[in-house]
Write a protein that binds this ligand. Structure first.
Ligand code: NAP
Length: 460
């Protein structure tokens, strides 16, 4: 599933870890550096294959003759000094000398390989620090209530390009962002976006991603690194499934849910929860039930530590996450599955109660208690969100949200039953009490009259 780009460049990881940003100029320079990187990949590969042939021919010389090897590698062997004349007419000394010269060449090639690996590591480090010093270009799809809310803050950290069905040119310009109509996905992708956040309604999420997919496929087919796709949907397993199903594997995926919105976050994002799952990083898909844990990759895992594109992907994800962190969010790494289980018990029930209470048509009164003020606040904040959002919470986390509805109905019945039980007990108590109050009277009457028809004296 993943390309494993394994280089024996232990130095790379060390150099990468040791260097800091040197504030390089980007733009044209950056393009040139990309080219340099590619070129070094090529040279490194050709030196490696030469080294491989040298080692094969050296070992086959040592083992008495290169016939088999020569057959399998053909001209390459010949280029490295192998003879086409067969081996029978050669002395042992000839073989020894040939083997020694090939071992000498092998050492030379190994040295060249190490030099190139070091150069490559340096270029990559420089590229990473150049990337880090360049602000992210962030595209936002869906510039509605939530899209505008996050874009306003993002505009402090990077370049923002937004796209939406409705024309939001003015609002976008006001916050220093650029607006591109949703009907022109190509123009949107042409903005060289590092990150694309999909902030459309939950119910339109699939169709939005589906429409974008062919353009993304076209984009990555040119060999460019795909942008990081981020969703902010209030339901996570649905978003995860859609992104993994549709997007080309060259696109990294980060599933997130900021647990706040334009109301709760209007005074800043400090201490507000931000949930995220690094769903796909450099083609490796996070599986909550497997050992792959992007937060805690074992240091001896060469595949992850040495693959440059993996480091580049992680770097971009971390830079994006650091925006939320810098704004003071409480960062919560959590699988999409666990998110949906928790969210039904917290978020859906909040929206459900807000909607139910809102449907009562409750109004402010001149003698409101603090408790009632909170009720009105809950109604205001939940009904300020679109019904699409509420419906999405229900539909795309159905198993959990339905069980919440059933539990709520049962809890409502229980609470009302408790009230009734208390009420019935009270009535019974009153009856017993009134019965006891009547008893002495009846007794005394009976004794004075001697009547056997005691019933005729009971209180009505
Ligand atoms: P929403 O009603 O869920 O979504 C409105 C957005 O969806 C608008 O940008 C709208 O574009 C777009 N949209 C609706 N139907 C569309 C369609 N058929 N095709 C393309 N775009 C469509 O309200 P929201 O509050 O802005 O939420 C947006 C997303 O953020 C949702 O996924 C929600 O779960 C998530 N979120 C919201 C909050 C919150 O507090 N509101 C918090 C966390 C996460 P136009 O405006 O151009 O029509």
């Amino acid at each position: 599933m993943r390309q494993s780009i394994l280089f024996p460049s232990i130095g790379f990881v060390l150099v990468y870890l040791g260097k800091t940003s040197n504030g390089l100029e980007l733009n044209n320079n950056n393009q040139r550096k990309n080219y340099k990187v590619t070129r070094h990949f090529d040279s490194l590969d050709s030196i490696r294959s030469e080294a491989l042939f040298a080692s094969m021919s050296a070992s086959s010389s040592r083992s008495g003759g290169p016939n088999n090897v020569r057959r399998s590698i053909g001209p390459a062997f010949t280029n490295l000094g192998g003879s086409k004349d067969g081996v029978n007419n050669r002395s042992n000394d000839d073989y020894k000398n040939a083997a020694e010269s090939k071992i000498g060449r092998l050492e030379e090639l190994k040295q060249q390989e190490a030099d190139l690996a070091r150069q490559l590591a340096e270029i990559r480090t420089e590229k990473l620090s150049a990337l880090r010093s360049k602000p992210l270009t962030i595209g936002v799809i869906g510039f509605g209530r939530f899209g505008q809310f996050i874009s306003k803050t993002f505009a402090k950290h990077g370049n923002i390009v937004v796209t939406s069905r409705s024309d939001y040119t003015d609002i976008a310009n006001e916050m220093g962002a650029e607006y591109v109509p949703l009907s022109d996905p190509q123009a949107f992708l042409d903005k060289n976006l590092d990150v694309i956040i999909v902030a459309t309604s939950i119910v339109s999420f699939e169709s939005t991603v589906k429409t974008l997919t062919p353009y993304l496929k076209e984009f990555v087919s040119t060999g460019k690194k795909g942008p990081l796709l981020v969703d902010v949907l209030s339901v996570k397993e649905h978003a995860r499934d859609i992104l993994l199903n549709y997007l080309p594997e060259e696109c990294d995926i980060l599933c997130t849910h900021p647990m706040f919105g334009p109301d709760s976050g209007k005074n800043g994002w400090k201490n507000l929860n931000f949930v995220f799952e690094k769903t796909r990083v450099d083609r490796v898909v996070f599986d909550p039930s497997s050992h792959i844990d992007f937060e805690n990759i074992p240091s001896n895992d060469k595949v992850y530590n040495e693959a440059f594109s993996y480091i580049e992907s992680m770097d971009r994800i971390e830079r994006f996450l650091s925006i939320w962190e810098e704004e003071g969010c409480r960062m919560v790494p959590l699988s999409c599955k666990s998110h949906d289980e928790y969210a039904a018990n917290s978020q859906f029930i909040t929206h459900l109660m807000g909607r139910i209470l809102g449907a009562q048509g409750l109004q402010k009164t001149p003698i409101d208690t603090k408790g009632f003020e909170s009720v009105l606040k809950l109604i205001d904040s939940t009904t300020a969100d679109s019904f699409d959002l509420f419906y999405g919470l229900y539909k795309y986390n159905k198993r959990n949200s339905q069980s919440i509805i059933h539990q709520l109905q049962a809890a409502m019945d229980d609470v009302v039953d408790n009230l009734r039980v208390l009420e019935i007990e009270e009535i019974k108590k009153q009856d017993v009490q009134s019965g006891q109050e009547n008893e002495p009277k009846q007794n005394s009457m009976a004794s004075t009259t001697g009547s056997k028809e005691m019933g005729s004296y009971h209180r009505t």
